[in-house]
Design a protein around this ligand. Structure first.
Ligand SMILES: [Zn+2]
Ligand SMILES: [Zn+2]
Length: 386
């Protein structure tokens, strides 16, 4: 298995705290991959960058960013190679940075005039990966809920695969996810409601939008747990045996599209476009944060805003908490419908993943899994879990 090979090749049993060369090695390799990917994008912008995003790039800033990740890969690579007994992480980072530089680095000129058309969103994958890592990885490293959980935890590569799967075909995924909402709103938008809501203070509109979205999300999420054929799609999101920010991206495309449509369509009737965009930013950050391996919890805020401990209980395989905590923003929605579960002692789950159910391994097997006929043996397994 590829993941096992990578873990053996790059991992070791030495301590992984600060000053051991572990994190500098991880960062060197990570920045090396980003640097090489970005330089390849500069060479083939027509096929590897999404036309929808190109116009938003200030190219001088992008080139500076590419230069920054090349330098970072080299600096962290040297630090790791000096500090750690096993040099491969540091050397990989330096090698990738060197390769990116030899291919022209940040100064590769873009000679062709770019036009719209089919393209792979490698630029979007690299940028979002960098952004999410910068936001969430430091808090996971500094204040983990499970300090012994490694970056090379089980199935980390699978989750990067899921992250890739929604970012590379950005033209298809954004079309599938936004189309139902935009199309229907053209027919069903209610001008009087839009005007009335639009006259409220901005913050009130956003809070109202979060509440409406979460109520819709609650309904469809609960259906995904209770209707057996829908559960087969959602089971994939629940198959993670350990949670961190990237585990949140493990989700079947049908699950993603249906949930987004269920939230966005009703919102389009009620809220102006800029509020919906603000909500989309909020949900991306908040939902990702809820999956983080992040220990601190603001206890007085727990009844009002979902924090990682709450959503972690949604992912447990412990029987008492199965099919609980469906809300993604506001815990009081679960209280309202009797599906709230949060131990008062501040504890975290001991086990994660599916309850008495096993999914096939690998991205493609999991993608086709919900469409396959249920075998006699699988039918015996419990249909749902949280
Ligand atoms: Zn989740
Ligand atoms: Zn769920």
């Amino acid at each position: 298995m590829l993941e096992q090979r990578i873990n053996e090749l790059f991992g070791d049993d030495d301590p992984s705290g600060f000053g051991t060369g572990w994190w500098s090695g991880i960062l060197a390799s990570f920045f090396g991959v980003l640097a090489l990917g970005a330089v390849v994008c500069l060479h083939f912008p027509q096929v590897l960058t999404s036309p929808e995003l190109r116009s938003y790039y200030p190219m001088p800033v992008m080139r500076l960013l590419i230069q920054g990740v090349i330098v970072a890969a080299l600096v962290f690579g040297v630090a790791s190679a000096l500090l750690r007994r096993k040099k491969i992480l540091g050397l990989t980072g330096m090698l990738l940075a060197l390769l990116a530089t030899l291919l022209g680095g940040s100064s590769v000129p873009i000679n062709e005039s770019l036009h719209a058309g089919p393209a792979i969103g490698l630029d979007w994958f690299l940028l979002d990966m960098l952004l999410m890592t910068l936001i969430f990885s430091p808090i996971e490293v500094l204040w983990p809920a499970y300090p012994r959980q490694s970056v090379f935890r089980s199935e980390w590569l699978l989750d990067i695969g899921y992250f890739l799967s929604t970012h590379l075909p950005i033209q298809i995924t954004s079309f599938l996810i936004l189309l139902p909402a935009t199309q229907l709103s053209a027919y069903f938008g209610i001008p009087a409601v839009l005007a009335a809501v639009g006259s409220l203070p901005w913050l009130v509109q956003v809070l109202l939008a979060i509440a409406v979205a979460d109520l819709c999300e609650y309904a469809i999420h609960r259906l995904f747990h209770t209707v057996p054929w829908l559960w087969r799609f959602h089971a994939i999101h629940h198959s993670s045996q350990a949670l961190d920010w990237i585990a949140g991206s493990r989700s079947h495309i049908v699950d993603d599209v249906v949930v987004r449509a269920f939230m966005l369509v009703p919102m389009m009737f009620i809220f102006p476009h800029d509020i919906i965009v603000a909500y989309l930013f909020f949900v991306t950050i908040h939902a990702t944060w809820c999956h983080c391996n992040f220990g601190p919890t603001v206890r007085w805020l727990e009844p009002w805003l979902i924090q990682p401990r709450y959503h972690h209980w949604h992912h447990t395989s412990e029987k008492a908490a199965l099919d609980k905590n469906y809300a993604i923003h506001f815990p009081w929605i679960d209280k309202l419908f009797g599906t709230h579960y949060l131990p008062a002692d501040g504890s975290w789950p001991h086990t994660y993943g599916l309850y008495k159910e096993k999914l096939p391994a690998g991205f493609w097997a999991q993608t086709f899994y919900p469409f396959q006929r249920r075998k006699a043996k699988a039918a015996v397994a419990t249909g749902t879990q949280a």
